[in-house]
Design a binder for this molecule. Structure first.
Ligand code: URP
Ligand code: ZN
Ligand code: ZN
Length: 463
């Protein structure tokens, strides 16, 4: 009896420990961990000397093949999951959107159809609810039973995605009853729409006005309102793509009161700022996403929030649109620029580089932010999100010394620019395994479309 493979001489890193151990893999699972496991037992050996052996990243916020803003995000489940794997993300949670008049089941079926034959990595879904009725509330229970255990609601985009407070409150109550987690896009959409209309009337049509019409106060107000609604409903709440210190303070205050309030931020808010709009012509459209970029000083506050556990997760909000033809839809009017940016590929390197190599967080905290806490909050743990006997062998052999300059010329996302063009990172995935199968090795992709599995998630696990 032998193992399929063994990873030797690396440093196993989890959210709590870092220690020298070999890791044996059989039938897609981690089956043994110890120092000096017998190599002759394994069909294949990966030498991880000088490297970290860490759990595959879990990106809980992606938008693949998503119709939005008059076009569709440019990565589908094949190109998006492939780019994710190159970057060390082995599981993602995408959003199945219920359009007005549809059932939640229709949303789920539509996104399953998009993913099933294409995904190269494992995947799961949150369900975005945009149209609430009693029948839809009934459906929450059925979806939770089928492994869709989180829901996203919008407090922005009136007339498209936005729900009113009464509907949000009802979903929070229903979710609490089922052990589900509500993810909230927290921006005051009503106020923002007024500011946007005033800007357009003044002839302010350039990309930077997307950012300048969405003040941090609008995000902070909605964050506080989301927390208050969740508190009244007795529900946990997870604030998505938190971008600024004002909103962070609201989360921090709630957590200090002991409320089950969680929040993620994204690499764009840690690395980019309003200064990115100081580019010629329409180039600023590359940085149009929501919430928008903020003044530079917010970045250090967010890093500090990650360090101190006021923020628990880094996701990407990967929602790519090509500059040519897609972003260009808004050439004369920033409100017509499809909102979103590409980032699925570089999350681990950016967080490791700015966080661990930059001296801001420990390597354990890095693993916690990109893999373990996402797995726990979203019902994937301990199957995923850690290195342990019995867990899926989703493993990244991560080289903490390798350097790389991010560029659209070399990335694997299907998009014609990079938000992080020219940024040099330290720390790159060297070998990526998904359920024991080699996905990336020596810069080559070895996965295939359709091998990715839908993961039925358990209900929310407090952390
Ligand atoms: O601009 C963004 N973030 N696009 C994706 C949709 C969302 O709100 O997450
Ligand atoms: Zn959002
Ligand atoms: Zn998003």
């Amino acid at each position: 009896m032998g193992w399929d493979s063994i990873i030797t001489e690396g440093t196993v890193v989890t959210a709590t420990d870092a220690y020298a151990a070999d890791v044996a893999i059989q039938d897609g699972k981690i089956v043994a961990m110890a120092s000096d496991l017998p190599r002759e037992n394994a069909k294949r050996t990966f030498n991880a000397s000088g490297m970290y052996v860490m759990p595959g990243g879990i990106d809980v916020h992606t938008h693949l093949d998503m119709p939005f803003g008059g076009t569709t995000s440019s990565d589908d489940f094949e190109t998006g999951t492939r780019a994710a794997l190159f970057g060390g993300t082995t599981t993602l949670i995408d959003f199945a959107i219920q359009y007005k008049g549809q059932s939640l089941r229709q949303a789920f079926d539509t996104w399953m159809e998009k993913a099933a034959k294409r995904a190269t990595s494992d995947y799961a879904f949150h369900c975005i609810i945009t149209d609430l009725s009693e029948a839809r509330l009934e459906e929450v229970r059925a979806l939770v039973r089928d492994g869709v255990t989180s829901f996203k609601l919008f407090m922005a985009y009136p007339g498209v995605f936005m729900l009113d407070d009464a509907s949000i409150f009802k979903v929070l109550q229903a979710a609490a009853g089922q052990g589900a987690l509500v993810c909230m896009h927290a921006e005051n959409g009503g106020a923002i729409d007024v500011i946007v209309k005033q800007a357009l009337a003044e002839g302010k049509t350039a990309p930077k006005y997307h950012a300048l019409t969405r003040p941090t106060t609008a995000e902070a107000e909605a964050t506080a309102r989301a927390i208050a609604l969740a508190e009244m409903a007795g529900a946990p709440v997870y604030i998505v793509h938190l971008s600024c210190n004002d909103a962070l303070l609201k989360v921090r205050e709630a957590r200090d009161r002991g409320l089950p309030v969680y929040a993620e931020t994204c690499p764009q808010y840690l690395y980019l700022s309003l200064e990115n709009f100081d580019v010629p012509g329409f180039e600023g459209a590359k940085y149009v996403f929501t919430p928008p970029l903020r003044e530079k000083w917010h970045q250090e506050k967010l890093w500090e929030g990650l360090r101190q556990d006021h923020l628990q997760v880094v996701s990407t909000d990967h929602c790519p649109f090509c500059f040519k033809e897609q972003k260009e839809l808004g050439k004369d009017d920033f409100t017509k620029i499809p909102n979103g940016g590409p980032g699925i590929e570089h999350r681990l390197s950016l967080v490791y580089s700015g966080g661990v190599a930059g001296g801001r967080i420990s390597v354990n905290r890095f693993v916690e932010l990109v893999a373990t806490t996402p797995a726990k909050l979203f019902g994937l743990y301990p199957r995923k999100g850690t290195i342990a006997v019995g867990s899926d062998a989703d493993v990244v052999i991560f080289d903490p010394r390798r350097q790389h300059t991010i560029s659209a010329r070399t990335h694997h996302m299907r998009v014609d620019y990079s938000m992080f063009e020219g940024i040099q990172v330290t720390g790159l995935p060297q070998i990526v395994l998904s359920r024991g199968e080699v996905m990336v090795e020596g810069g080559q992709f070895l996965g295939r479309p359709g091998r990715g599995q839908f993961v039925k998630r358990a209900t929310y696990h407090p952390v």
